[in-house]
Design a protein around this ligand. Structure first.
Ligand SMILES: Nc1ncnc2c1ncn2[C@@H]1O[C@H](COP(=O)(O)OP(=O)(O)O)[C@@H](O)[C@H]1O
Ligand SMILES: [Mg+2]
Length: 263
């Protein structure tokens, strides 16, 4: 395990109606190969912007992203993305959806084999010939995970992938994602605003503050897996992160109240 993904001095400004607002300020992170890292922070702190910069979809105002020493300037198949909405093609079967990005790389039969392998990994082999609308939200997300993994990316970038799911489905997918991670040893960058989700899944939690987005803390989680069997250690860490984030939420509320009073 060596240094793998480097997020170096990232700053990001957005121009809104002639006003510049700084969304990310001096973000520095070194991520090791195979690590499961959560980016945790309140809504609006810049998590999606940061992930999008790592994906190569958004350009930083300054700073660089390095993957294995190479600077990232655009999207690439070395980074697989999973969003909150699965965004499957409705006119294709489940299997065709997973095969779609592979078709540029390989022959149809080969692509089908790869798709079947990853559909099996997410336990959807029996649904290969179904259409996405026949699947529940949780199953659709599993297809999206299979699709992202099928390209054999070096890093899996996930932006609140389970945010739209009910609690039971979410818990199942946590379990499944943990299994997939243990099996594939992929490096995962996982954006969430849920403290419990981040503790359940990650080796490391990057806690972000807001306005502008900065790194407040970088916490290594040493609780043995499965974490559900260690409720006391989990509660302790939850408390620690909760108080960190509460300061941020109070800050935002105060600023918004100030804004209301002054306007
Ligand atoms: N394309 C854009 N143009 C202007 N402002 C943006 C743009 N994208 C995001 N923002 C702003 O940047 C801030 C952080 O957004 P985002 O990264 O989506 O936060 P999070 O994912 O943590 O909720 C928000 O205030 C949002 O309004
Ligand atoms: Mg977001």
């Amino acid at each position: 395990m060596g240094l793998f993904l480097k997020i170096q001095q990232i700053n990001k400004d957005f121009n809104n109606q002639h006003k510049v607002s700084t969304v990310l300020s001096d973000i520095n992170l070194d991520i090791q190969e195979g690590e499961f890292v959560s980016i945790l922070g309140p809504s609006g702190c810049g998590k999606s912007t940061l992930l999008s910069i790592v994906a190569g979809l958004t350009k930083p105002t300054s700073g660089a992203i390095l993957l294995n020493g190479q600077q990232i300037t655009k999207p690439g198949k070395d980074r697989g993305m999973v969003f909150q909405q699965a965004a499957l093609f409705p006119w294709m079967t489940v299997e065709e959806n997973v095969m779609f990005p592979l078709r540029k790389e390989m022959k149809k039969n080969e692509a089908r084999e790869v798709a079947q392998h990853f559909l099996k990994m997410v336990q959807l082999s029996n649904y290969a010939k179904h259409s996405p609308h026949e699947l529940s939200g949780g199953m659709q997300q599993r297809v999206a995970i299979a699709r992202a993994l099928s390209m054999n990316p070096k890093v899996l970038l996930m932006d609140e992938p389970f945010g739209a799911l009910d609690e039971q489905t979410r818990a199942r997918l946590h379990h499944e994602l943990e299994k997939i991670w243990l099996e594939t040893k992929k490096t995962i960058l996982f954006v969430t605003h849920s403290i419990s989700e981040s503790i359940k899944l990650s080796d490391r939690i990057i806690v972000m503050g807001t306005r502008p987005g900065t790194v407040l803390d970088d916490i290594h989680v040493h609780i043995p897996r499965p974490r559900a069997q260690h409720p006391q250690q989990t509660a302790k860490l939850t408390e620690k992160i909760n108080s960190l984030l509460q300061i941020e939420i109070d800050k935002v509320v105060k600023e918004e109240l100030g804004y209301a009073v002054n306007n």
